[in-house]
Design a protein around this ligand. Structure first.
Ligand SMILES: *Cc1c(COP(=O)(O)O)cnc(C)c1O
Length: 389
């Protein structure tokens, strides 16, 4: 048989080797299993598989080897027991809440989460009887004061989009656990290459694999990670709810994980240079980047994150007109709301990613009309600066 050492204590080794399943053909690069179902040797074997008495594949809505390789590799990188891959980042959040919460449960959500996440909680999950409170991501008092006996979980993104606010993961995990609640962290912005929330006590990790895990803007996907007990529930929801990841996308993400660390380091290096340069420009009112020592939570950033990450936001002097003017005059940067691509993207959050929030929600989240977000890509930094200049 082939040598089978696929686990290490080192991130870079696991990123290229963990979770590999090699078929009898002995392929070196992971296979793409494009099949919806799997065959059985006999009626008896089929019956046993359906009863889960025998491990093995049945149908790709539940398990597929390409998806399993992605799940196992990401679980190792996030230092979580198990991973359940989903069709999108949003379906990861939906699968997580539907499997762990019931009507009448209370959840506390950071006000600074992805716009569609707010819509999911407000327009859909609330209609199903979930009681949702919003608090400021970094205000410890607000988290403490919003706790109820029936608070099932806390939901955060850190750093937040687009203002790069940070929360103290350890503090929130301790607070949640004292109340028998769970802490859910959407780790989309840092990825495990630069932040491992389970080390600070987070119970569940959410990913939009669409972003940095793919890294080249090709596929939609997501993931939920946590201990086996919780993930068994999430997998049960996926099996009946059908929020499964496509094997093709899983294979693309698996390849993405192999270069995650070097890409994240490069994104972050570029972003850091851009943030320092923007801070010196007189036409810029304020720069939001966790890697700057002017960031109000810089000490916490150093505790939790390896780097500042790849996203820089800033406010231009003026309003929407000045912001749109800057965006419209770029020749290199792509005007698109996506992030985590090799190509730099420029976004006006107030009228795109956060446009479906009402004015009050935008004001509370600090999304002003003069705010611009850049997801810094892998182009030469001098070309990026020249374009913005
Ligand atoms: C994009 C994004 C999502 C949603 O992911 P999709 O794959 O687009 O469904 C969730 N959370 C964060 C932080 C995101 O950036």
């Amino acid at each position: 048989m082939n040598k089978k050492k696929t686990r290490s204590t080192k991130f870079e080794t696991n990123a290229v080797r963990a979770g590999t399943i090699r078929s009898s053909q002995g392929e070196h690069s992971e296979s793409l299993y494009l099949t919806s179902s799997f065959i059985f040797e006999s009626a008896e074997e089929a019956a046993e598989r359906f009863l889960n008495q025998e491990t093995g594949n049945v149908y790709s809505r539940f398990t597929n080897p390409s998806v399993k390789m992605f799940e196992d590799r990401l679980a190792v990188l996030e230092e979580a027991e198990e991973c359940v891959a989903t069709s999108t980042g949003m379906s990861a959040i939906l699968s997580c809440i539907m499997s762990l919460c019931r009507a009448g449960d209370h959840v506390i959500v950071s006000r600074s989460v992805f716009g569609t996440t707010v819509k999911l909680f407000d327009n859909i999950l609330s209609e199903w009887g979930l009681d949702v409170s919003y608090v400021s991501l970094s205000s410890k008092d607000e988290w403490q004061n919003s706790l109820k006996k029936n608070t099932k979980l806390f939901f955060v993104e850190t750093p937040s989009n687009p203002l790069m606010e940070i929360c103290d993961i350890q503090f929130l995990a301790d607070l949640a656990h004292k109340n028998k609640s769970l802490l859910v962290v959407d780790n989309c912005f840092c990825t495990p290459a630069h932040q491992i929330p389970t080390r600070f006590g987070a119970d569940i990790i959410i990913h939009s694999a669409t972003k940095y895990l793919d890294g080249q803007g090709r596929c939609l996907g997501g993931a939920v990670l946590g201990n086996s007990f919780l993930m068994k529930k999430v997998r049960g929801f996926l099996r009946s709810g059908g929020t499964s990841m496509s094997p093709f996308n899983a294979w693309v993400f698996l390849k993405g994980l192999e270069t995650l660390k070097i890409r994240m380091d490069a994104h972050s290096n570029n972003a850091n240079k851009l943030a320092v340069w923007l801070e010196q420009n007189k036409k810029i009112e304020q720069v939001y980047y966790p890697g700057l020592d002017s960031h109000p939570q810089f000490e916490l950033v150093k505790k939790q994150q390896n780097t500042g990450g790849g996203i820089v936001s800033f406010k231009v002097k003026g309003g929407k007109e000045e912001a749109w003017n800057l965006i419209n005059n770029t020749k290199l940067l792509s005007i698109t709301a996506n992030l985590g691509d090799t190509r730099s993207t420029i976004t006006h959050p107030a009228t795109t990613t956060h446009s479906r929030l009402n004015q009050d929600q935008r004001d509370l989240a600090g999304i002003t009309e003069n705010l611009i977000r850049i997801a810094v890509g892998l182009e030469d930094i001098d070309d990026i600066k020249a374009d913005i200049n």
